[in-house]
Design a protein around this ligand. Structure first.
Ligand code: ITT
Length: 218
């Protein structure tokens, strides 16, 4: 069986990526020990940093992704700061938010996910429904141990931000993200299969599967 690696520290990404790629019949082994510093201010730059670092460590073909949520009424924040938004100090000038400083806390992933959602809901407490649109974005990069980028794809899923957290499934911003086609349910109210049918991650992984078919035939 052909073996690839998934480079991430996030067990939720491993679960979702593994689930969506199960049908390929290939093995995807998680490697999460590297955790390189994400120094770029955009998803693509950070996805490249991760893919190259994890591919070097795994010595094999490795998939990494950088993802997050963009909320236009918050000046497209949290964006690349999504994972640690509540560790950021924000400034609001002329109605526009920007990040002033960032200090990493020692909170667990679950606690920080909850605080991130609380912060977004608080910042948006006076934002009317018509301006609560949001989208998840992801850039997926596949790299090899020699530092070559073999494949790149980007995906989005559009929806809006609820006024309260709902649901226990998923991770990250799923409890406050209502999909455009989920009949008012947040992603955290969907089971894994239903989220994986429509998510930004599913879109890039469908493209990856097409590339994989070509790559395995070579
Ligand atoms: P790695 O960098 O180790 O892969 P990470 O969780 O730090 O793990 P990112 O820097 O890419 O990953 O941050 C992604 C964050 O965006 C993630 O922690 C969530 O807060 C959010 N996010 C991404 N995809 C999501 C999804 O499908 N549902 C909910 N939140 C998501």
């Amino acid at each position: 069986m052909k073996k690839f690696f998934i480079g991430t520290t996030n067990p939720n990404k491993i679960r979702e990526i593994g689930g969506i790629l199960r049908s390929t019949g290939c093995e995807f082994e998680p490697i999460g020990t590297v955790d390189p510093e994400e120094t770029e201010d955009n998803f693509e730059g950070n996805a490249i940093i991760k893919a190259l670092a994890y591919a070097k460590a795994s010595r094999g073909i490795t998939i990494s992704e950088d993802s997050g949520i963009l909320i236009p009424s918050l000046n497209n924040l949290p964006g690349p700061w999504s994972a640690r938004f509540s560790d950021c100090k924000l400034e609001k000038e002329n109605g526009i938010y920007r990040i002033l400083e960032y200090h990493e806390s020692a909170l667990s992933r679950e606690d920080i996910d909850r605080k991130n959602n609380e912060l977004v809901l608080d910042l948006m407490k006076d934002v009317p429904f018509s301006k609560r649109v949001a989208k998840f974005c992801v850039i997926l990069i596949v790299a090899n141990e020699r530092g070559n980028i073999l494949f790149k794809a980007s995906g989005e899923s559009t929806g809006w931000i609820s006024t309260e957290m709902h649901g226990m499934n998923g991770f990250g911003y799923d409890p406050i993200f209502v999909g455009g086609d989920t009949h008012g349910k947040t992603y955290a109210e969907l089971d894994n299969m239903r989220k994986n049918l429509r998510s930004h991650r599913k879109k890039v992984l469908d493209e990856f599967k097409a590339w994989l078919g070509f790559y395995l035939k070579k």
